[in-house]
Design a protein. Structure first.
Length: 55
């Protein structure tokens, strides 16, 4: 919905660093990111910190 109402806003999928390593750092995860033009925000849930933004 935000993508339609606020077209200039970039949307990011927030995932934990563990989920990123288990899924998106793997070849199939990279393919999913590329095919779906996903932007990720990787965060550490223990430290409650953002670790990386991936466009």
């Amino acid at each position: 919905m935000l993508e339609e109402t606020e077209k200039d806003r970039l949307l990011y999928l927030a995932v934990t660093n563990i989920a990123y390593k288990d899924i998106f750092a793997e070849p199939i995860g990279k393919l999913v990111m590329q095919k779906n033009h996903l932007r990720l925000m990787i965060f550490n849930s223990h430290r409650q910190e953002i670790e990386e933004w991936i466009n």
